[in-house]
Design a binder for this molecule. Structure first.
Ligand code: DC
Length: 217
């Protein structure tokens, strides 16, 4: 059996990073960590406790975030996997993800999950900051309109939301995530770009699996 590696998947909002990361983790029998879910959980904590971006800094030690083996996320022992997906969270998460002490704490937790390797993690700064030594780094992108259409099709099943709102949120998050001072979204020099605007899910997975096989050997 090959030695376990770290696979870092970064990229813009709603590019299918999580789906690809989860599928690769299942295929390899690796741990899957959705780092965006962690920033979403922090945002949920802030909203629930009515804390703004200055106040939350004093409550960092009151926040515990863990994952179970199936990738469900727990905020202070409560499963919040569904609740963090709503637009209410998407609209504010980039604000809270830009706060240095919050990023420090999340990065520490993320690096803990990578200590024994055998992990697939997706996010914005995984290949650049969290695991700069990752054996395989992918950087995913697709046109904003295609991403918004895909996300809208998912969200409209259980939320009252328009395509225009979803597109605006995606453009807004791309802008905030790329322009923040601390650990902005950047492609690592050694990351491989995957533009899946015109790729089916099967083509995307096939291409990624070939890259994984190369990285393992
Ligand atoms: O992956 P996602 O869209 O669920 O992430 C939600 C937000 O969290 C995203 O807009 C930016 C932030 N994020 C981050 O700053 N760093 C990461 N490693 C992952 C997500």
């Amino acid at each position: 059996m090959s030695k376990p590696i770290i696979i870092a998947i970064d990229g813009h909002a709603s590019t299918g990073k999580s789906t690809l990361a989860r599928t690769l983790a299942q295929y390899l029998n690796y741990v899957y960590i959705d780092s965006g879910a962690m920033y979403r959980a922090v945002t949920l904590f802030a909203i629930k406790n009515d804390l703004n971006t200055e106040q939350i800094v004093h409550h960092i030690n009151d926040i515990s975030i863990t994952f179970d083996v199936s990738g469900q996320i727990f905020l202070n022992e409560e499963n919040v996997s569904e609740e963090i997906r709503g637009m209410r969270i998407s609209e504010r998460v980039s604000e809270f993800a830009a706060i240095a002490p919050i990023r420090q704490k999340m990065i520490q937790i993320q690096q803990g999950y990578g200590r024994d390797k055998g992990v697939v993690m997706d996010g914005r700064d995984i290949g650049t900051v969290v695991f700069p030594e990752a054996e395989l780094k992918l950087f995913m992108s697709a046109s904003p309109e295609i991403r918004a259409k895909r996300r809208f099709e998912e969200l409209k099943l259980n939320q009252d939301v328009s395509y225009e709102e979803v597109l605006k949120n995606i453009l807004d998050r791309d802008d905030k995530d790329s322009s923040r001072k601390i650990n902005p979204l950047r492609k690592a020099n050694d990351a491989i770009i995957i533009d899946n605007s015109n790729q089916s899910k099967e083509e995307l997975l096939q291409g990624a699996l070939e890259l994984v096989e190369k990285a393992l050997n």
